[in-house]
Design a protein. Sequence first.
Length: 152
Amino acid sequence: MKEKVKSWIEILKKDKKKSLLFGVGFIIIIAIILLIVLLLQNNNEEATLKKYMKEMGVSFYEDLYYEQIGKNDEERAKFLKNYTDLGIKINLDGLSRYKTEENKEKLDAFVNSKTKEECHKQNSKVIIYPQEPFGKKDYRMEIVLECGFEEK
């Protein structure tokens, strides 16, 4: 009988070690998964806000700005040629004043969900670089987003 009890105790000790190792391993895996999810959420949120900035920038430039800078294509091209390297900058504050009701949902999203702070309305901006032949859709765009995503 003592032999059976001793063998059971040995089995339980071995199983405890295995269970402990399994538990620790499981906790580490869960921690890694949570870290990845948090990083993806921040990247996903940042990507979404950049997409919104781009959409608002395209609308602003193509529907308003481009139409107002000259009476014809020749005048527009002459004006835009000056901004091919410098770019035309419009910040989030300026974008928020154009089509405010249409963009309300997008504008409300410019809050870092982690810190609950609004994105910086002056430093977050769209930079539009006109390119030849300076038509309405001849440009490249850079998005600068200051919402605290890069801070640790």
